[in-house]
Ligand binder design. Structure first.
Ligand code: AVI
Length: 349
């Protein structure tokens, strides 16, 4: 059932109805932040909880502080880390395939602040069918990095409206913002970092929030030869190891902890049964660690693992059934030349 009555005549922004502060940074750069801080738990609360369990873990969302985001950019340029280059290859050839689905009214909505190269490729495609474009990056942080400011300078007819919130709240905000259709993108196989149920719940929420004119473009990493997968997460320059260990450094810096990084090593393995790369930090010695700002002390035995990430890899039937179960209808599926990665275009059912 369509939840709102869409008329393309009505373009008056309705953000004044919503509980967001509007911050105008430049002529074509604005961002919205919720007036009330949400009730989500803090970094300290989550670390306390996840490191108190018998099977210790740290959520992968904590990888991306400033240093972690820079290291992730380094990962994306590694020869072994094919997801980035494969998805970019698809995006570079997307224009004639995507344009038939796009009218001159579309907004570009990006879940996650994204990589500026991929965003630029999509912006270039949308500018083929319209003279002005509104781009909405949604992220709980990092909306206003230098790449956003560079986008403003490079595309004078682009208006950037960042929403600093969760993906679900941000999408709800944009759906109420005006009546234009949205191309909502979720790239990089970030979806693969959700656990199965979380992922399904997330897609259900997205499809419910979408209007029937919106399009959803999602990038997913495919199942493939074990060695290719293994090498992508065990690169020869140890950048992925640095990325993984950085989360302990972050806990040291922000929560006054005393993790000795030399006492841990990066461990990444493909779990065939679960169809996912699992990343861990392995304790190399028996040790104790204090995390004062989380009010926690932990002990780790030699070889004990802290689980830091799952990165799911998908088969095509799995993709189709996941989309169906979550209220989407697949329109297209595009692959790179090696069939390592898929970009799927879908609508709500
Ligand atoms: C962000 N995410 C899709 C990456 C992945 O491949 O799961 C994160 C990453 N972890 C290690 N290398 C890259």
């Amino acid at each position: 059932m369509q939840t709102k009555n869409r008329t393309y005549m009505n373009k008056r922004p309705r953000q004044e109805l919503l509980d967001y502060h509007c911050n105008v940074i430049e002529r074509n750069l604005t961002y919205f932040k919720p007036t009330k801080s949400s009730t989500t738990s803090t970094f300290a609360d989550e670390i306390k909880e996840s490191l108190s369990k018998s099977e210790k873990f740290i959520s992968p969302k904590f990888f991306y502080n400033e240093t972690g985001s820079k290291i992730y950019d380094e990962i994306c340029s590694l020869p072994e880390y094919y997801p980035y280059s494969s998805e970019t290859e698809i995006l570079k050839k997307l224009e004639p395939k995507l344009l038939p689905y796009i009218s001159d009214e579309f907004h570009l909505v990006e879940l996650g602040s994204g990589s500026s190269i991929k965003t630029r490729l999509l912006i270039d495609i949308l500018f083929k069918s319209q003279t002005t474009l509104q781009y909405f990056p949604i992220d709980i942080s990092d909306i206003l990095d230098t790449s956003t400011k560079n986008l403003c300078n490079d595309y004078p007819n682009l208006t950037i409206t960042g929403v600093v919130d969760t993906f679900e709240n941000g999408l709800d905000f944009i759906e109420q913002y005006d009546d234009n259709p949205n191309l909502i993108t979720f790239l990089g196989s970030s979806f693969g970092n959700f656990n199965q149920n979380e992922g399904l719940e997330f897609l259900i929420k997205i499809s419910k929030l979408m209007s029937s004119d919106d399009l959803f473009l999602i990038g997913l990493d495919l199942k493939k030869d074990f060695k290719v997968l293994h090498d992508a997460y065990n690169d020869s320059q140890n950048v992925t190891s640095k990325f993984n260990l950085n989360v302990l450094q972050r806990i040291n810096e922000e929560l006054d902890a005393n993790f000795m990084l030399n006492n841990f090593e990066h461990y990444a393995v493909y779990n065939e049964k679960k169809g996912r790369i699992e990343m861990y930090l392995r304790s190399l010695v028996n040790q104790s660690v204090k995390i004062p700002k989380a009010d926690l002390s932990i002990s780790l035995c030699k070889n004990e693992l802290i689980h830091t990430e799952n990165s799911h890899k998908f088969s095509i039937p799995q993709i189709e059934s996941t989309l169906n179960k979550s209220g989407f209808k697949k329109l297209e599926i595009w692959f790179d030349s090696r069939k390592y990665f898929a970009l799927i275009l879908a609508k709500k059912l």
